[in-house]
Write a protein of this length. Structure first.
Length: 194
């Protein structure tokens, strides 16, 4: 009877008691594959030629998808921003140009709101998404830009991941429900304010 083969783990040497079932945990470029077994043993091995080719292909696809997610947002940035944080224009001039841009890019949605100065301002919704036969489809989230009509106020941006978007929708629906309840009560009382 042969003695059990000793294998090296991260912190000690143990006798093998089972046939390892290796699962890929990660890669190091397209040259090495990191694997682990449920027993806790880890290893790194050189990728086969076929695996290396697949890793390169996967990496190209991942990069193409990442780029596609942000195409629309980057085109907005290129057209309307001086740099990552500073916009070329503000106020009503920017609102009008964004409205024209949105006509050519219907994925962009705009919602008119009133601001603290009692002037019409815009919420601009820019989705980070793609849907193509070559890349497949994905949605990461939505950039929202608040553009105040008053030219002195710079646009403000925030990002809605899907869970943030769902939370915002639920909050707005809750507000609408309460608003409808109060307005129905006001109509019964003869209040014609709204």
């Amino acid at each position: 009877m042969k003695p059990a083969k000793k294998t090296k783990t991260r912190d000690h040497v143990v006798a093998s008691k089972h046939a390892h079932q290796w699962k890929r945990g990660g890669t190091r470029g397209d040259k090495f594959i990191e694997e682990s077994c449920k027993c806790g043993e880890h290893r790194e091995r050189e990728a086969t030629k076929a695996e290396a080719k697949k890793l390169r292909s996967d990496w190209k696809l991942t990069n193409a998808r990442a780029k596609a997610l942000h195409v629309l947002a980057h085109s907005v940035d290129k057209r309307f921003k001086k740099d990552q944080h500073e916009w070329k224009e503000k106020g009503w001039d920017l609102i009008e140009k964004l409205e024209k841009f949105a006509v050519k890019h219907p994925q962009i949605r705009m919602a008119r709101v009133d601001d603290a100065s009692f002037t019409n301002s815009e919420l601009v919704f820019i989705p980070h998404t793609y849907d193509s036969p070559k890349l497949g489809c994905a949605y990461m989230g939505t950039t929202v830009v608040f553009v105040a009509q008053c030219a002195g106020d710079p646009p403000v941006e925030f990002f809605l991941y899907p869970s943030h978007l769902r939370n915002l929708i639920e909050m707005l629906q809750s507000i609408e429900k309460e608003q409808n309840r109060v307005n129905a009560k006001a109509r019964k009382q003869g209040n014609r304010f709204l």
